[in-house]
Every structure is written in C-alpha cells, then in structure tokens.
Design a protein around this ligand. Structure first.
Ligand SMILES: Cc1cc2nc3c(=O)[nH]c(=O)nc-3n(C[C@H](O)[C@H](O)[C@H](O)COP(=O)(O)OP(=O)(O)OC[C@H]3O[C@@H](n4cnc5c(N)ncnc54)[C@H](O)[C@@H]3O)c2cc1C
Length: 381
C-alpha cells in the first residue's frame, strides 16, 4: 500500500499528521521536507528575544522525535521537484515516491522588493527557523536594525528588538503601522507606544537602495533620507509557494486552489496552510491551519469532512501595545466606530443594521476580545 505523503513539515504538515494519527494509527505516512524537519512554533520567532530563546532552543521536537510521535517516515532535507498527479507519484530529483494521497503543505515565500545598491543581497527576511538562525547570527553583538514593512511581522520584530535594546527604524509606504488591519486611531496608538519604546518610524516612503558603509549598511529612502543600520530585515508580506503545483497543472490563483474538502483540482491531492486558497481566502495564520488540519485528517481517514472557519481573531505580539485584530471580510459594507482613551482603542466595524463584522482592539480594550469574537460571523460557514 502506498503511503499518504505530506510535503512540508511546518505547522500545516505536522498538524495534519498529528490529527490523522488520532483517527488512524496504521496507514503508512511519509513527511518530506526541504528543511530540517524540526517541529516548532513559527509565531515564537518574532518574540524569541523577549522570551530569551536562542534559535536552537526553539524546536519542540527533532525530525526523529516527530517520526516516532506520528509513526511516520520523515525525510528532512529532501526537496520535492515534481508532482505527477496522474500517476500518483512525486519526484525528489531522480527518486520517485508513489502515494495514495498527497498533501501539499508548502508554505509561502517572503516577498522581496527590488532594491538597488551594492548590499541589496544582504537584506534578510524571516519565515523559517533557518532564516531566524541567520538573522540572530547577523544581529549578534550589533546594535541597530532597519525593518522594511510595518505589517504584523514587521511590528512584532520592531517590538521584540527594541525591547531587547536594539535601535530600530521601521519604513513603510503606508502612513501607519498595520495599515491593512487597524483603522487610523488604533494605528496611532500602536505607533505611539512603539515610539515610546524607542522605535523610529518612517511612513509614507519606500526603500530604494541598500549600500555598504564600512562594516554597516546605509538604507536610502524614496524621500531622499538615509538611515544607517547594522542589519536590514524585510517584512513586506508573503506569497504562497505555487511553483510545484503550477508545474503539475494544478489550478492556482493567489494560492493553490482547494475546495471545502481541501482538495486541489487534481484527484487525491490536497493543500492547506500558507500555500492554499479556499473560496478566495489565503489566510496565513495558525488558527485556520488547525481547523483545516482537523478536517483534512478526517477526510484522509475516510470520512469526507468540509472545513469551516469560525471568527479567528489574531493576537499581534506587540506587548508595548497589546493588539488583537479580526478584520471584516474583504469588501464588506460598513463603517468603523471607534471609542478611545489614552491607553486603549476599541474599533468596531459594523454594517448598516449595526451588526458587528470585524474589530480591532488596542491596549486595555483587548480584554473585550472573547465577548466580541462571539458576536462575529464565521469566516467560512
Ligand atoms: C515571524 C512570524 C510570526 C508569526 N506569528 C504568528 C502569530 O502570532 N499568529 C498566527 O496565527 N500566525 C503567525 N504567523 C504565521 C504562521 O506562523 C504561519 O501561518 C504558519 O506557520 C504557516 O505554516 P505552514 O506549514 O503553512 O508553512 P511553513 O511553516 O512555511 O512550512 C512549509 C514547509 O514546506 C516545506 N517545503 C516547501 N517546498 C518544499 C518542497 N518543494 N519540497 C519539500 N518541502 C518543501 C518547507 O521546508 C516547510 O517545512 C507568523 C509567521 C511568522 C513568519
């Protein structure tokens, strides 16, 4: 009997395997991954300094421990080079592995903006444990970091690095932090609290070039200013990994397109996590992965199960300004209603009938998260 094959050992790949083993202890299972196959919590990467964690202390289990725990063959450092869906097999270079069912849990790539300058290649980004180990090595015994992008990951690193004593500059073409998640009042509070921690913001301008300046770097902004830094971290967003699926003829749009059973356009090939798109949604967060993993495990165990998503507020790990966001569906009609004081902003997105469709809470208003989340419509019914 051919195994169920899972490509990817991130939270998506390993959580499907774990959920499957709760339902089916025997079906052969193979996890193939380009990285080291350790099981780790990726969200920890952007608050590891605050929790005094070195990169090597972040993994919860090694690939070998995972293999034992999920009764699977785990193949670390093995990059799948092709999917032959019509023949139910995949290739790792010249090696061929046949599968009964295939799960794509390939994740996403950090978007790299084109930059001029003789040190453009020195710009780092963090979307894996290996990336993070490189980043920590780069900032060791150094003092300053420029972060490109004031989105969720950029703000979390700004808080973590600043609280750990680094001089931090953040650059974004928008005019506030978390521009897609926070209405202006919430953005203003987050901006002020992180500024009080020491973060210098550069809004309304992009980065044009990164050049060497002795043993440091010089970042040139579109507004003509320059900022000196030891390390430059880019956090401008993610793009689902599509190449394998695309080359195999699977339907892709922003992500690998799946139906409510997480099945791609090819029979017996499924996808979830940061690489997948379901009903137009690409949701690169942990909660959707946990829901999708449970549903897909049931399907793989022989009980076809459609995924549904409840409201899934996201906690932004900026302790200087606790923030929780549950954005309204894209294109939803309504307006933000904002209540604020010096240490708190409660922003509720409501429709014409007064129904709550989304929220953004900053500071002490985050205490209302559970109560408000109950009133939200499900993300996918
Ligand atoms: C710094 C940071 C902080 C975050 N914080 C939060 C948070 O607080 N809350 C939250 O909800 N979300 C957070 N997220 C997002 C969340 O961590 C991700 O949505 C989630 O970890 C994605 O898991 P994944 O398994 O889909 O992808 P990944 O973890 O990227 O895993 C992809 C896997 O696929 C493998 N792979 C890819 N291509 C191949 C190939 N061809 N052959 C073999 N293997 C392959 C890779 O080696 C890897 O093992 C954060 C993300 C980052 C980067």
């Amino acid at each position: 009997m051919h195994p169920i094959a899972i490509i990817g050992s991130g939270l998506a790949g390993y959580n499907v395997a774990k959920e499957l083993r709760k339902l089916d202890k025997e079906t052969p299972l193979t996890v193939i991954t380009a990285d080291g196959g350790q099981f780790y919590s990726k969200p920890m990467l952007s608050n590891a300094l605050a929790s005094h964690k070195l990169p090597e202390a972040i993994p919860l289990n090694s690939a070998e421990q995972m293999a034992a725990q999920i009764n699977a063959t785990v193949r670390p450092h093995a990059r799948v080079t092709a999917i032959e869906a019509d023949r139910h097999r995949i290739r790792i270079g010249n090696e061929i592995i046949s599968y009964s069912k295939l799960v794509l849990a390939l994740g996403a790539d950090q978007i790299r903006i084109p930059l001029a300058g003789d040190a453009a290649d020195a710009v780092l980004s963090v979307n894996s444990l290996d990336d993070y180990a490189r980043f920590r090595a780069a900032i060791k015994d150094r003092k300053s970091v420029v972060i490109i992008g004031a989105g969720l990951i950029g703000c979390e690193f700004a808080n973590d690095l600043s609280a750990a004593g680094y001089k931090v500059d953040v650059i974004d073409i928008a005019d506030q932090p978390l521009p897609r998640l926070l209405p202006p009042a919430g953005g203003a509070l987050l901006k002020a609290k992180l500024a009080a921690l020491g973060v210098t913001w550069h809004f309304g301008t992009g980065v044009q070039a990164v050049d060497k300046a002795g043993d440091r770097l010089q970042v040139t902004l579109a507004n003509g200013r320059t900022v000196a830094a030891d390390v430059v971290l880019s956090a401008v967003g993610l793009r689902p990994k599509l190449e394998l699926a695309h080359a195999a003829g699977l339907k892709t749009r922003r992500g690998i397109v799946v139906d409510r059973h997480l099945e791609t356009s090819a029979q017996d090939v499924y996808a979830l996590g940061d690489c997948a798109e379901i009903e137009g949604l690409v949701l690169p967060f942990v909660m959707p992965i946990m829901h999708a993993a449970r549903a897909l495990a049931a399907t793989l165990a022989g009980k076809p199960t459609a995924v549904s998503y409840p409201a899934m507020p996201v906690l932004v790990k900026t302790p200087a300004c606790p923030t929780i966001v549950a954005p309204p569906a894209s294109g939803a009609a309504g307006e933000w209603r904002v209540e604020q004081n010096a240490d708190s902003v409660k922003s509720l997105f409501v429709d014409a009938a007064g129904k709550l469709l989304g929220f953004a809470l900053n500071g002490t208003a985050t205490a209302e998260r559970a109560k408000l989340a109950q009133q939200l419509p499900p993300v996918l019914d």
